[in-house]
Write a protein that binds this ligand. Structure first.
Ligand SMILES: *Cc1c(COP(=O)(O)O)cnc(C)c1O
Length: 394
């Protein structure tokens, strides 16, 4: 039995690194934790659930006591929908701040739920500013909640969470955060960022495998949310109340994924928590960005807006560059990259998160150089129009 699992983990080691923002590359110990079956009602599994809930709250720091962690089955979007469904009111508006695919998805979710909202759409990547949020909130008293994406993974931009949180709180409104790709690496201290609810998932900066997500909700807001959800399955209040009462998830939990997440949390703590992660991801990002710039590539965002989570690069203007070919060449060399999501210019993305360090990122940059050679791309410099786009945000 032991031998078998060692062999299979060795095989996994040779699989390509996922330079994608989740699912991402996980540690062998995380994957190995899935090699056992759990009964969902079993007291051992209940203990596991209790433990991951309290461990997630510890990541918040000293304010953990004011918050509750509620795991929810499904990918991150299920958590976003459960947050909006459980907390966004039907009789007041929610201000949805969008600068990319995930902000727009939240607006679409509100459409499905027929909840009133106002959308501030900044396009592909430009960040919503605290001043804009302030003037909207001051001019519209029917807005009670604000939704912000922490790191908008579609461009990689780090949105001004603290500034938006400050005006939202000063004007007496409630903040809902999609911190999917940031929580666990970028610190969120409720003393500085007053929020009602944030959501994240197992397969991003905690470096677990995909299968569930979780909300962190201020206890008083959670208690007040009873009966607000449009959906039985996605009702965070109901999930929380049942878990408190019975120690169990309401419906079949992804038991193996929870066991893997528990292992991932252990690593998170032993590797220095969010600060340790931020340091490693920042090193990955620095190696990536300087290496790619040396090859002639340009990032969509200027330095102050770059996140250590994922970086968007413009396509080279060289006609020999073909993304599908580039993707295959990179994969052959052991690296899975990510297509871009911009409407304004062709781009691709490379993720900095996952269980690997800067030595792997150095190899990835070498693989990019080799792949360009193989395609016959002479310069990775993007088109002038792309560079003009970049100048909009300095
Ligand atoms: C990953 C992610 C989500 C959730 O996406 P799923 O595909 O449902 O897991 C939501 N918001 C952001 C910012 C993300 O990075």
């Amino acid at each position: 039995m032991k031998k078998e699992s060692q062999e299979s983990s060795l095989k996994c080691e040779r699989e390509p690194y996922l330079l994608t923002p989740g699912p991402l590359t996980t540690d062998v110990s995380v994957r190995s934790a899935m090699m056992r079956d759990w009964g969902s009602w079993d007291v051992g599994f209940q203990r596991l659930t209790k433990h991951i809930r309290s461990s997630v709250l510890k990541i918040l720091g000293s304010s953990e006591k004011n918050y509750e962690c509620i795991p929810m089955q499904g990918s991150g979007s299920f958590a976003v929908e459960s947050m909006l469904g459980t907390f966004a009111p039907s009789n007041n508006k929610t201000l949805i701040l969008a600068n990319g695919a995930y902000g727009l998805r939240a607006a679409r979710t509100m459409d499905y739920m027929k909840r009133p909202y106002r959308l501030l759409d900044k396009g592909d990547y430009l960040p919503p500013s605290a001043e804009e949020v302030e003037s909207i909130l001051k001019s519209d008293g029917t807005i009670s909640h604000v939704f912000l994406v922490h790191c908008e993974t579609s461009s990689g931009i780090l949105n001004p969470l603290k500034e938006v949180a400050t005006v939202t709180s000063e004007l007496g409104r409630h903040l809902l955060i999609d911190s999917m790709s940031a929580f666990g690496a970028l610190e969120i201290d409720p003393i500085e960022v007053d929020f009602d609810v944030l959501v994240s998932s197992a397969n991003k900066c905690i470096e677990g495998v995909p299968g569930f997500s979780f909300a962190i909700a201020k206890k008083e807001s959670l208690l007040a949310s009873k009966g607000n959800s449009h959906s039985l399955c996605l009702d965070l209040y109901d999930q929380w109340e049942y878990m408190e009462k019975t120690g169990q998830w309401r419906f079949t939990p992804p038991t193996h994924v929870v066991a893997a997440f528990n292992e991932a949390l252990k690593l998170h703590f032993s590797q220095g928590g969010s600060a340790g992660r931020l340091q490693r991801y920042t090193q990955n990002k620095n190696i990536l960005v300087s290496g790619m710039r040396n090859l002639g590539f340009e990032t969509l965002l200027s330095d102050p807006w770059l996140s250590p989570i994922i970086v968007t690069f413009f396509y080279p203007s060289d006609k020999a560059f073909k993304f599908p070919f580039f993707y295959d060449l990179m994969k052959e060399k052991g690296f899975v990259i990510y297509p871009g999501k911009l409407t304004v210019a062709d781009s691709f993305r490379i993720g900095c998160i996952g269980s690997f360090s800067s030595d792997v990122m150095e190899k990835a940059v070498k693989a990019v150089a080799e792949s360009l050679n193989q395609m016959g791309v002479k310069s990775a410099r993007p088109a002038e129009t792309a560079l003009q786009e970049k100048n909009k945000l300095q």
